[in-house]
Design a protein around this ligand. Structure first.
Ligand SMILES: [Zn+2]
Length: 204
């Protein structure tokens, strides 16, 4: 069981930085395959210590709770099953790393849709404990965009995570708010455009 209980060290880039993360779902949206990098990524970034048996045959939707994000993934799955290939960039930071990833969604055989994520760019920064799965949490969640990693403030503005920490005075907080993943308006519009563009590409 190679994945369990790895600790975040935050002092160096991990071996994951250039590992491609792959998972596949069947026509029932059940997960049929994840690679080792997926399991490690889930553990490191979301604190989910999962074994293969915990993941396989489970609905993809068990891992995507936000309704708008689900809607985007449903739309992407529908387009992929219609033979289209979808690519988009998204941020998925670690506490000490700004990280830009590319997702590629496409059919891989008659039944399975493959989600393939690779690292595009990474930049070190001082660690942001708000993003650590190990930080103790309150009961009052903060919404974070799963695409650009901006955080929603109470006034409706979306700001970079460092700015949110400053504005919410979370520097020396003993307990941090839990993060609930969603999508901000600009990223939502971009994703809708990306999914529409793919239509145009494949029809011409
Ligand atoms: Zn966003």
């Amino acid at each position: 069981m190679p994945v369990m209980h790895k600790r975040q060290r935050g002092t160096h880039k991990t071996m994951l930085e250039d590992a491609t993360i792959v998972y596949r779902v069947n026509s029932q949206d059940e997960i049929t395959y994840v690679n080792e990098a997926w399991l490690q990524f889930a553990a490191r970034n979301h604190g989910l210590h999962l074994l293969l048996d915990d993941v396989l045959q489970r609905p993809l939707w068990d891992f995507i709770t936000d309704l708008t994000t689900r809607q985007i993934y449903r739309n992407a799955l529908r387009k992929a099953r219609a033979g289209r290939s979808i690519r988009f960039h998204f941020r998925c930071d670690a506490p000490d790393l700004r990280r830009l990833l590319e997702m590629h969604i496409a059919m891989v055989d008659r039944d399975d849709v493959e989600f393939r994520t690779r690292l595009v760019d990474a930049e070190q920064r001082p660690p942001v404990p708000l993003l650590s799965p190990l930080a103790p949490r309150t009961d009052d969640p903060l919404k974070i965009c799963g695409w650009c990693m901006k955080v929603a403030l109470e006034d409706g503005a979306w700001v970079e995570v460092e700015e949110a920490v400053e504005q919410l005075r979370l520097f020396d907080a003993v307990m941090l708010p839990p993060l609930s993943h969603g999508i901000c308006e600009p990223c939502y519009r971009n994703m809708c455009e990306t999914l529409e563009e793919e239509d145009v590409d494949s029809e011409t």
